[in-house]
Design a protein around this ligand. Structure first.
Ligand SMILES: *Cc1c(COP(=O)(O)O)cnc(C)c1O
Length: 421
């Protein structure tokens, strides 16, 4: 099936007379006719739902849809993108381990990796993803267990060279984890370029409607967990009466362990209602992504030609430093997120934003409605102009998430706000 068809048909196929739409199985628990069957569920020798902290039929349908869209062998939904990144890492690392991540990743992920995981004894080194291989390899240590990057970085909009980083990771027998939130599998499938694990904040384009926070982890099934780097996959898990994940679950070792061990213990599993809402978003994802890209291309070109704008960052814009990587990894488009710097610094940016009539001023991105965010007065508000410069954020920088309104209306709104300057 093509991705447009997968969006609609993967994960749930109604039987004769069954509801056409994915039902919400609002139940914490599942009934079985024998104690023996429940024993087998606990032994992981029979398939079935046991308790909704670990799995639920509505969530499972959405998990198989996302896995199919990414070309993976299995997925695990989580209550947020943050929970997806946390579980993706904890599933393969413990105190004393180390990993490397591109320095341009989402700020919330940087906090998680640099501050919170460090308190758990897991260290992350942030690397400039545009540096040559030799420089990145210098950051690798004997205890390095993974490499992490974002397909399209939020908010830097740098395109991650997945194939190159997969090579760097695999030479050291560690997996490459890619946050594919902004691209979604509609625009890029990281597994096709050698990534091993994909994580998502489904809160963004996948949900799309600004109604439900969520996340997902997807397993390619391709990484060899018995390669020697990961004893927790080849030695018995005492918390599961001696299960050996690599031996007992083969290609599905990672995603099985993430569910039955990590999710069991951490408990960040979404509700059936949350999965139902996510599924509504997924059904139209392919159609929406196409329009986001076309609208953003028009808006980026308009901004580039506007005298009030100092610079525009959009990977598909001619002359953008990421143009080559975008051609390789994002042939269908680079999502709806565009950033630009307005002449006149923070004061001009604030005046411009407050003059917008259609675009909404929100702490969100990748919505169906066009929205804007001014980092200097919101996410990076505590920083002085000098500190903003050190963080690479111009006081006049605006992140514009182009929505699905008619593009002429979006451009008209920007034009009237420029006129108000
Ligand atoms: C928003 C976001 C996250 C965090 O996801 P939440 O659903 O907000 O927890 C992670 N990665 C990227 C790229 C994001 O944009």
């Amino acid at each position: 099936m093509h991705i447009e068809t997968q969006c609609l048909h993967e994960g749930y196929a109604p039987e004769n007379g069954a509801p056409q739409a994915l039902p919400i199985y609002q139940s914490t628990t599942y009934a079985y006719d024998s104690t023996e069957h429940i024993g087998k569920l606990f032994d992981l020798t029979a398939e079935g739902h046991m308790y909704s902290r670990i799995s639920n039929p509505t969530v499972a349908a959405v998990e198989s849809k996302i896995a199919a869209m990414e070309g993976g062998i299995g997925a695990l939904c989580t209550t947020s993108g943050q929970a997806a990144s946390l579980i993706a890492i904890l599933n393969i690392m413990k105190a004393g381990d180390h990993f490397i991540a591109a320095s341009t990743i989402y700020g919330g992920t940087i906090n998680l990796f640099a501050v919170t995981l460090k308190r758990f004894g897991i260290e992350c080194t942030f690397v400039d993803a545009s540096a040559p291989d030799a420089e990145i390899e210098k950051a690798m240590r004997p205890n390095t267990k993974a490499v992490f990057g974002e397909t399209i970085a939020n908010p830097a909009l740098a395109v991650f060279d997945i194939e190159r980083f997969a090579g760097i990771a695999h030479r050291r027998k560690v997996p490459l984890i890619v946050d594919n939130t902004f691209a979604t599998p509609v625009l890029c499938k990281p597994f096709e370029f050698g990534a091993d694990i994909v994580v998502h904040s489904t809160t963004k384009y996948m949900d799309g409607h600004a109604v439900q926070v969520g996340g997902a982890i997807v397993d390619s099934g391709a990484f060899d967990w018995s390669c020697g780097t990961f004893p927790e996959f080849t030695e018995p898990d005492q918390s599961y009466h001696g299960v050996v994940y690599a031996k007992d679950f083969g290609a599905a070792a990672y995603i099985t362990k993430a569910r039955v061990q990590m999710m069991r213990d951490i408990g960040a599993y979404p509700s059936a209602q949350a999965a139902f809402l996510l599924n509504l978003g997924l059904e139209t994802l392919a159609v929406r992504m196409e329009r986001y890209c076309r609208n953003a291309e028009t808006v980026a070109a308009y901004l580039a030609a506007s005298p009030e704008v100092e610079s525009v960052n959009y990977p598909k814009l001619a002359g953008n430093p990421n143009e080559g990587l975008a051609a390789k990894y994002l042939p269908k488009g680079a999502s709806g997120v565009v950033s630009f710097t307005i002449a006149g610094g923070k004061a001009a940016a604030v005046r411009f934003m407050d003059s917008l009539k259609l675009a909404s001023n929100v702490v969100h991105v990748a919505d169906i409605r066009t929205c804007v965010l001014h980092p200097a007065s919101s996410t990076h508000r505590q920083l002085t102009d000098a500190q903003l410069a050190a963080a690479g954020i111009n006081p006049g920088l605006i992140r514009l998430s182009v929505g699905l309104e008619h593009v002429d209306d979006i451009v008209d709104d920007l034009a009237q706000a420029f006129a108000a300057l």
